[in-house]
Design a protein around this ligand. Sequence first.
Ligand SMILES: [Zn+2]
Length: 313
Amino acid sequence: MADAKICGRFAPSPSGRMHLGNIFCALLAWLSARAQNGSMLLRIEDLDTSRCTEEKARLLMDDLLWLGLDWDSGAFPGKAPDEFYQSRRSGIYKEFFEKLAAQNLIYPCFCSRAELHAASAPHTSDGQFIYPGTCRNLTEDESRSKMQSHKHSWRIKVPDETITFNDRHYGRQSLNLAREWGDFIVRRSDGIYAYQLAVVIDDALMGVTEVIRGRDLLSSSAPQLYLYRLLGFKPPQFGHLPLLTAPDGRRLAKRDMDLDMGALRSRYTPEEVIGRLAFLAGLIDKEEPVKAAELLPSFDWQKIPKENITVTN
Ligand SMILES: [Zn+2]
């Protein structure tokens, strides 16, 4: 089973404390990589600098280490923010953005939020809004003159093409770019590079081979795989996880404060938190304290449920 080339990653966003759902994904990403003798990397996804702070990033790292989830490269506590913070990488994103521009694959979009809503564009099953392509057909002259006076984002043209891939957990997936996504934003009107672009560039340049995350991001795999291809990168293995939900069926969120790391750390030991998550993940038969590393010998993706998991307090 040993494959030294496997590299998994934690990619938390320091907009708040992690909650049980985030830790669930972190634990399974760590177990999956470590069970293959792989390495782990930690990247701080702080593109939204208005909500993310260094202090919150430090807490995230401290929480992961408290849980016994370590990593080999990337951002570390006590180290100044560096190239593993997305907010510091816009120069790199710009290079690749310009590569897409040089291939005539992107175009400026002048639509305001209100205009987009008024366009009553179709939505996908999960409520994702699909851009109707309004600005795609502006002539170069029209675009250039509008750019002088209008705020604009940049969108990438997507073909009417179905992207197919094998998910580590959910098997074969097929998603149509035009129908499920439409032309998506690669740079926001405030100049910040969009998550979809940043995450692909980062995972590719950082050598990440395995991306484990919640199934709420499953459909994102299609635009990301499309970008991997356009930018000439080898795509990672994607593996999506069931979501943790409250008894009323809604997804656990940061607002479930009783389940955030601050509250959990004040009430439980790391082994108790890991034991609870391992039990929810089907990795142990009864809920009891366990260290993350003790789960490695018997770790098996087959044990993890496909359906979302209800958490009762
Ligand atoms: Zn537009």
